[in-house]
Design a protein around this ligand. Structure first.
Ligand code: NAI
Ligand code: HPV
Length: 525
């Protein structure tokens, strides 16, 4: 039974769902990194919010871990490259708390416009300072949106309801989407110059870190009010404090800080500064949403291999997973075969499907081919990290789905571009289940790809098979299966033998020395 650790406070629905789906679950929150490291090895899944940091060190200790589920959106607390390198799927719940977070940004905007926290404090202190708190209207003001994704677009919609003009800076925002959202797409400089309020809604990445730097804050309009419900680290906090103190910035509201928990902070006590302790996602509705979603997604993956909302792997529904499983085995074997046979740098790879295979989700098939191919270079490659490694190596990957009916009811073909030209292998499923190689470099063969194998290209001539059998027999190598293919009689022949033990280099040298042998290689599957 798979076992999951919930290491951050989560709605009880998550544990309920895990148990109902046959997943064992422990809820242990508040552990230090050292304590987490000591126990993580027992778990197949780790369910987190923003407090747990899934660092490289934690991942190294996570010897059984298959999936990390983030009950929320931001995954900057997960070392995704390290997880990918270890073949751990990382999932989030991209929509469950977006309305709630957008509403928090709007709430903070009002808090700044009308100085609500200070007014509340003063009133409850019995001061009745009616003349101290002079606010500003939102109607007619310009809201500068940095990041116009899910949350940013909900904020834009609500702000338009408040009759604000919204300008947005987001390099990935298309002009069409900007029109649909009713916002004006602008440059960052333009936004800084024009916005009365600025709200941040980007993930924390190398590109967004310090996006409101001291230099950029200096470009803002005098009297600007700034809201950050995205991530600490997007704003230079020291420069923000200076701006508030000089009066250039009329107000700032932070829900997030560069270092959390922020129990002490230079900004605390600064005039016109409002803060909340990372409450953006903290509503009953959002927490129920993300708890249900993360548990369903993780259980799908651990129980049936379904993949939803993964950040480092293509999606695969729980219904598709069983049908795709034999195809993934076939794809991986074909990838492995070309990886072992093709020499030198591969520049491109095409994965073609026809018949029943063409009707399936191609992404997992492509992922499995790449995993097979890349595993030749590294043991730690799997479906999760293979596409990243392929990209890193500059491999151009193409997927093609054919409508045509071929010789087989289902077929997957893998073609790699090598210095010697294109090399292609193809396979089918017997009985919709058993992977079988049917074509190797243009020659029809029929072979299982399993265990240690010997691959030989030779000139088709009488007596060769006998001599090969004797050589292997004398070396004590037992032949399991024997597959022969040739282009034409007397031409080039291909032999694929499954053998009981890995063929040694010394024996390979003997095989290569047999008359007519052009190539001899040991393969493993
Ligand atoms: N305070 C809280 O409790 C919560 C905070 N968040 C934070 O909000 C962030 C945004 O969430 P979503 O809108 O759902 O994400 P999203 O992925 O839908 O949108 C992010 C947007 O940022 C844009 N972006 C990326 N790089 C950019 C750059 N260099 N400059 C400008 N824009 C850039 C993207 O194009 C995208 O449109 C999350 O990554 C998370 O860190 C999310 C939920 C709760
Ligand atoms: O979903 C997000 O990105 C959040 O920042 C919410 O964080 P939390 O789950 O409340 O710790």
């Amino acid at each position: 039974m798979p076992k999951v650790l919930i290491s951050d406070k989560m709605d009880p629905k998550a544990a309920e769902i895990f148990r109902a789906r046959g997943v064992e679950v422990d809820e242990i929150t508040g552990k230090t990194p050292e304590e987490l490291k000591a126990i993580i090895g027992q778990y197949d899944g780790l369910a987190i919010r923003s407090s747990t940091k899934a660092t490289k060190e934690i991942l190294e200790a996570a010897t059984n871990l298959k999936v990390i589920g983030r009950a929320g959106i931001g995954v900057d607390n997960v070392d995704i490259p390290a997880a990918s390198a270890k073949g751990v799927v990382v999932m989030n719940t991209p929509f469950g708390n977006s309305i709630t977070t957008a509403e928090h940004a709007i709430a903070l905007m009002f808090a700044l416009a009308r100085q609500l926290p200070e007014a509340d404090l003063s009133t409850q202190a019995g001061k009745w300072e009616k003349n101290r708190f002079m606010g500003v209207e939102l109607t007619g003001k310009t809201l500068g949106l940095i990041g116009a994704g899910n949350i940013g677009s909900i904020v834009a919609d609500r702000a338009q309801g408040l009759k604000m003009k919204v300008v947005a800076f987001d390099p990935f925002l298309t002009p069409e989407r900007a029109i649909e959202m009713g916002v004006e797409k602008v440059s960052l400089d333009d936004l800084l110059l024009r916005a009365d309020f600025i709200t941040l809604h980007t993930p924390l990445t190398d590109q967004t870190r310090n996006i409101l730097s001291a230099e950029n804050l200096a470009k803002t309009k005098r009297g600007v009010r700034i809201i950050n419900c995205a991530r600490g680290g997007l704003i230079d906090e020291a420069a923000l404090k200076e701006g508030l103190e000089s009066g250039h910035i009329a107000g700032a509201a932070l829900d997030v800080f560069a270092v959390e928990p922020a129990k002490e902070h230079p900004l605390f006590g600064t005039p016109n500064f409002v803060s909340t302790p990372h409450l953006g996602a903290s509503t009953t509705e959002a927490q129920v949403n993300v708890a249900i979603q993360v548990a369903e997604q993780m259980a799908d993956f651990l129980v049936s291999g379904g993949v939803t909302n993964a950040l480092n792997m293509p999606s695969l529904s729980a219904e598709e997973a069983p049908r795709l499983k034999p195809y993934m085995a076939l794809a991986e074997k074909l990838g492995s075969l070309v990886g072992q046979l093709a020499h030198g740098d591969l520049k491109n790879i095409a994965i073609e499907s026809e018949g029943a295979a063409a009707e399936l989700n191609q992404k997992p098939i492509v992922g499995a081919v790449l995993a097979g191919l890349m595993r030749v270079h590294s043991d730690t490659v799997n479906m999760v990290n293979a596409p990243f490694l392929a990209k890193e190596r500059g491999l151009d990957v193409r997927e093609v789905r054919h409508d045509r009916e071929g010789d087989y009811h289902t077929m997957v073909r893998v073609t790699v571009g090598t210095a010697q030209g294109d090399r292609s292998v193809a396979g089918t499923l017997f009985g919709n289940a058993a992977p079988r190689l049917v074509e190797l470099f243009g020659i029809k063969v029929e072979a299982d790809l399993a265990g240690p194998m010997l691959y030989i290209v030779n000139e088709d001539a009488p007596g060769f098979i006998g001599r090969l059998g004797t050589t292997l027999g004398e070396a004590g190598v037992n032949i399991g299966t024997f597959h022969l293919g040739r282009r034409e009689a007397g031409g080039e022949a291909i032999l694929l033998l499954s053998v009981d033990d890995v063929v040694s280099e010394a024996l390979l040298a003997q095989v290569r020395a047999l008359p007519g042998v052009k190539t001899a290689m040991a393969l493993t599957f």
